[in-house]
Design a protein around this ligand. Sequence first.
Ligand SMILES: Nc1ncnc2c1ncn2[C@@H]1O[C@H](COP(=O)(O)OP(=O)(O)O)[C@@H](O)[C@H]1O
Ligand SMILES: [Mg+2]
Length: 458
Amino acid sequence: MDPQTRELARSVRTFLEEVVHSARVDADEGGPQIGDVVSEHLGLAAQQVPVVREEVPEHQFVDLDIALTLLGERGGDERVVGIGGGDQRVHQGFSDFFAGHYGRFGLGAVDRVNLPTGPDSTRRAISFGVRLLRFGGQPLAVLQRKSHPHGGYPSGMEVAGTAEGVVADFIAEVRRLMVQHSVLRGQVLSFSGSPFEHHSNAGITFLHRPGVGADDVILPAGALDRIARHVVGVGEHAERLGRSGQHLKRGVLLYGPPGTGKTLTVRHLVSRARDSTVVLLAGQSLAFVSTAAHLARAMQPAIVVLEDCDLVAEDRGVHPGERPLLFQLLDAMDGLEGDADVAFLLTTNRVDLLERALAQRPGRVDLAVEVPLPDTEARYALFQLYARGLPVTDEVLRLAAERTEGVTASFAKELLRRAVLVGAEAGHEVTDADVRTALDELLSDAEQLTRSLLGSSS
Ligand SMILES: Nc1ncnc2c1ncn2[C@@H]1O[C@H](COP(=O)(O)OP(=O)(O)O)[C@@H](O)[C@H]1O
Ligand SMILES: [Mg+2]
């Protein structure tokens, strides 16, 4: 299309949109207006009724829908009505609709949207609609709206009611029910979204809880027990600890070279803490740390995972004059009351970068555990783990362990994969000889870069 034709097409479209819009407004004139319907429900002219607006973070919109639905059912004879008028509505609030400044708004369909409530489930929530309900016997009108991609109001509700105290009580009850029935409770969540957007509006992704057993994690003797006791054990004995005045909030730091099993350990802990709400933050999403901490407190018992936090140690955040993200992270940990059953789990490859900041803010981390490169025994255990079910002997695995000083677990995994591949290429099941061939290959000078990419120090 040439530019002139495109320009013409655009004008025609705008014209048609205006025609359609004015036709729609004309059509609305005849029917009841939303203001009339609300007035009738409240028993008072809607224009004279105060409106209270309450925002909720994007990731708690489903909780709002659930709380309002419960209150609607509780109060009896709830009615939900939609407002007509197309995308115009996005920029209007209850008082605009009542006053009719920007045209008249008749009734329309209630807008709904499917929103996730778990890794495999969704709920059909009202994204734009008015609930006419009763609370404590008093009539209320609640405009429930999800934020629109093209701007306008943020997600939340507007409450119109004739008795002010009732409106305040209603909002408090909505807040309480939102926490009590939250779909986020007991879930494994990761945050996404840009830190350039408003922090509270992080998008949330529901993840499946991993199933990593203690046998899948090879750590120095006693290390996994110590970590698990701190993260999971404190939670299991929360009541007794609380009764004897001990704080529940805890911080655990796992540090060591890349590829040694820090993330795997986290996955194991998340597998074990079945009832805990887990928030995983890594990379850019570490910027949502204070939102995550709030969420953790509301949904406790909870675990907040801060993965590879050295990567943001020096980042300054997006606003001028903001302190490094690491300090925000540590502040968020400190901001939470000691009696909150929340574990902060930090991992890093660069403990040297964190040490000073952590030492200057004592009490944030009460257990630091090194996850080192595996020693000969640990490498043997790793080779056995990754050779599970393969027809190779312990002798060859022992030999491999002895020849691979300085390598990581990732190396162990790759060695056995190579061995299986060598066997497959020769047309048979993997044998000890294949393990030896793969070992020679991986340890050869030609594969120095491979070794280094697998996290080996030699
Ligand atoms: N200690 C370990 N025990 C068993 N497997 C391990 C261990 N460490 C690493 N692995 C294997 O290597 C992969 C990468 O390890 P990961 O936990 O991501 O390392 P890190 O977080 O320390 O950089 C794991 O998914 C696992 O398959
Ligand atoms: Mg990791």
